[in-house]
Write a protein that binds this ligand. Structure first.
Ligand SMILES: Cc1cc2nc3c(=O)[nH]c(=O)nc-3n(C[C@H](O)[C@H](O)[C@H](O)COP(=O)(O)OP(=O)(O)OC[C@H]3O[C@@H](n4cnc5c(N)ncnc54)[C@H](O)[C@@H]3O)c2cc1C
Length: 388
């Protein structure tokens, strides 16, 4: 990186719309490079006054590589330690009972990644952002209009902000994408993801696992030794029916999970619709960029969504450090679009293969697990799990 380029990056004025996990991490990483950052977020994270041991339902598995990067941003000091849990092992099991496990040792690491409460991570990033003079947090206004040619954003109360770079980190229904005319490809999966936090009678290992079935997988994310988030993917109507009665839901979860983890108590649950959406382009007018879920919403079965978002941020900052804004954005777009599309295709193939009632597809997916026992395939899959 030449001194000239570092200097020019510092002179950038960046406006970020959306301060979720991806937008807040982007704001922090850019601000720490000396960039002047304005972050617009109408719903800033609310301080967690909840001292009870229960986790929130919105949890992410963040891979080791992204977690190490987040820690270099300095937000670790602000993280509520009871809302992070390291996990060492990941296991996937097919309908036919074939299993494939990865242990952190195999990658020479002491963990594959962490389970973290989304709110706790967002709060920690915001706490760190509040300490920086070159960050302006705007929570009372929102983005109303864009003058793309003049690189000016008009806010809800009429203020006008000029920017060199506008980052759309405003999630799957991105306002930035809408105002600047980005197009998407995608579909609704007609599925819901049911999340249930439970307290366990017996301790469990720091292992996350997933079992595939034709209607979608079920999975466990460990939260502490005796708490876990249980996940059940299913057809929309089936999940809606289960959610109507807590006793029915608890009985259903016990039928699925008790054989794996013993008895447990259902603490809380909620479900989320699933969609697949991918922006046809990530960059407009050499100044507007989509990142995170505003660029790609992916099936959560492999816990990759926010990990892809952090990889977007890391890629853009790296490219900006190495070259002009124009070349950085073009590099960002081609690299991240290719990588994210690859991951989405893989999710679709797994999703289609595992759900299919077609015996040939089932045979093929079962065979793929057998093949995955081959050392090089396993090594590649492990790299995806740790994010390297
Ligand atoms: C059930 C479920 C489980 C998941 N589990 C995992 C997992 O284990 N691992 C993983 O990597 N990913 C997981 N994901 C995906 C992950 O949650 C998302 O990829 C991630 O939240 C995307 O972050 P983001 O900051 O891009 O978008 P969001 O989290 O959607 O944040 C967008 C932000 O923009 C703000 N905003 C919205 N509109 C505007 C506007 N007009 N102006 C300004 N701000 C605006 C919002 O208030 C919000 O703060 C899961 C998703 C689901 C649904």
């Amino acid at each position: 990186m030449s001194g000239m380029k570092a200097q020019s990056m510092k002179q950038l004025s960046v406006l970020i719309n959306g301060g979720g996990m991806v937008g807040a991490a982007a704001a922090l990483a850019l601000a720490q490079k000396g960039v002047d950052v304005t972050l617009l977020e109408p719903k800033p994270p609310v301080a967690d006054t909840n001292t009870d041991p229960d986790w929130d339902l919105r949890i992410s598995s963040v891979n080791n590589s992204n977690w190490e990067w987040l820690l270099t941003l300095g937000m670790g000091d602000y993280l509520r330690q009871q809302r992070i849990f390291d996990y060492q092992q990941l296991t996937v099991t097919s309908l036919g009972g074939q299993s494939l496990s990865f242990h952190a040792n195999e990658a020479g690491l002491n963990k594959l990644g962490v389970m973290v409460e989304n709110n706790a991570l967002q709060l920690a990033l915001w706490a760190q952002l509040r300490t920086l003079n070159n960050v302006h947090l705007l929570t009372e206004e929102s983005l109303d209009k864009l003058d793309v040619q003049a690189k000016t954003a008009v806010l809800s109360q009429g203020d006008r902000l000029n920017y060199d770079l506008l980052l759309g980190c405003d999630g799957a229904n991105s306002k930035v994408a809408e105002l600047s005319g980005f197009n998407y490809r995608g579909w609704d999966y007609d599925q819901r993801c049911l999340l249930a936090n439970v307290s366990l009678e017996k301790p469990i290992e720091p292992e996350t696992w997933e079992v595939f079935r034709p209607q979608g997988p079920y999975a466990l994310l460990p939260l502490t030794e005796q708490q876990a988030c249980l996940i059940d993917y299913g057809i929309r109507d089936d999940i809606n029916r289960l959610e109507r009665d807590k006793k029915v839901l608890e009985a259903h979860l016990k039928t699925l999970f008790s054989a794996h983890i013993g008895d447990f108590r259902l603490d809380k649950s909620a479900s989320f619709p699933l969609q697949r959406k991918h922006a046809k382009s990530y960059v407009k007018a050499e100044s507007i960029v989509l990142m995170g879920d505003s660029a790609h919403s992916i099936h959560p079965m492999a816990g990759q969504g926010v990990n892809l978002g952090f990889a977007d941020v890391r890629c853009l900052i790296d490219a900006l450090q190495k070259g002009s804004q124009r070349s950085a954005l073009s590099q960002y777009e081609s690299k991240r679009q290719r990588e994210n599309a690859k991951m989405m295709r893989m999710m679709d193939a797994i999703q289609f293969g595992w759900r299919s009632n077609n015996p040939i597809m089932q045979l093929a997916t079962t065979a793929s697990l057998k093949v995955a026992g081959a050392p090089w395939v396993k090594r590649w899959l492990l790299q995806q799990a740790v994010g390297e």
